[in-house]
Design a protein around this ligand. Structure first.
Ligand code: UDP
Length: 232
């Protein structure tokens, strides 16, 4: 089925409007809010702090521990509170997407906890969470090689698109969703998942479009960080 025009009028390679802010939670060591369209993620970072139970401590490197949670009221149909298979999977992929950017050797025996809360969801929540989390880690002063920018790319009907909204994910003619995370400085991809089907050629093309979008997202992340620290 031909998808000739996006349901919200965007160009096929255009993300939804992005807003980013750092330092939104006073009691956290680092925090950030990342909004893309109607999807809103908040991330709070605590640590480095001693890791318990002690047998989990590693004298060679610290632990990055991520927890992703979608709040009950984040979608129209109330979500049951508490962990689910989906939230556990997303917590794990968030951790793996962020790990290559964080210098774990600088906080041996310790843990850095990252809490991602999705307060409003309209698809792309794991990517928004990763964007917020990497800004919050930087805000907490955790040594990092780069920020991590994430976005979903994919195919709606017969068109490759960037940043699918929920209506596009549910497109009747079929949609494929490929969330990616990128370390913009060297182009390393630290998250690549796929829900649906695409030809290899299309995946390669979608990755190129996604990387470009991630570069723009990284600029917005950097700007938000600079905004907080400009007076310091
Ligand atoms: N969603 C929902 N209820 C759920 C899980 C997801 O309504 O229990 C919606 C929500 O808008 C979410 C979207 O489905 O953003 C897509 O979810 P998916 O698991 O593909 O992850 P995401 O795209 O959010 O990273």
């Amino acid at each position: 089925m031909s998808y000739t025009k996006r349901n919200d009028g965007r160009k096929f390679d255009e993300t939804r409007e992005i807003k980013a802010e750092v330092g939104v939670i006073k009691n956290a060591d680092g925090s950030a809010k990342f909004q893309i369209g109607k999807t809103i993620a908040i991330a709070a970072v605590y640590g480095p702090r001693n890791l318990y139970p002690k047998f989990l401590q590693n004298p060679e490197k610290g632990m990055l521990r991520c927890n992703y949670n979608m709040l009950s009221f984040s979608v129209d149909e109330r979500i049951r509170p508490g962990p689910s298979r989906r939230s556990k999977e997303i917590s794990l992929v968030t951790e793996r997407a962020l790990s290559p950017a964080v210098d774990l050797s600088t906080f041996t025996n310790a843990v850095v906890d990252v809490f991602v809360e999705i307060i409003q969801a309209d698809a792309g929540t794991r990517c928004a969470g990763i964007c917020a989390a990497s800004m919050a880690l930087a805000d907490a002063g955790i040594p990092m090689r780069d920020l991590v920018a994430a976005v979903s790319v994919g195919k709606v009907g017969d068109k490759l698109v960037v940043d699918l909204n929920k209506l596009e994910e549910d497109y009747e003619g079929g949609a494929t969703d490929v969330p990616i995370a990128v370390l913009p400085r060297n182009g390393e991809i630290s998250l690549l998942q796929m829900d649906g089907e695409m030809e290899v050629k299309e995946i390669k093309e979608a990755l190129e479009i996604g990387k470009k979008a991630c570069e723009k997202i990284a600029e917005i992340q950097r700007k938000a960080l600079k905004e907080k620290y400009k007076g310091d």
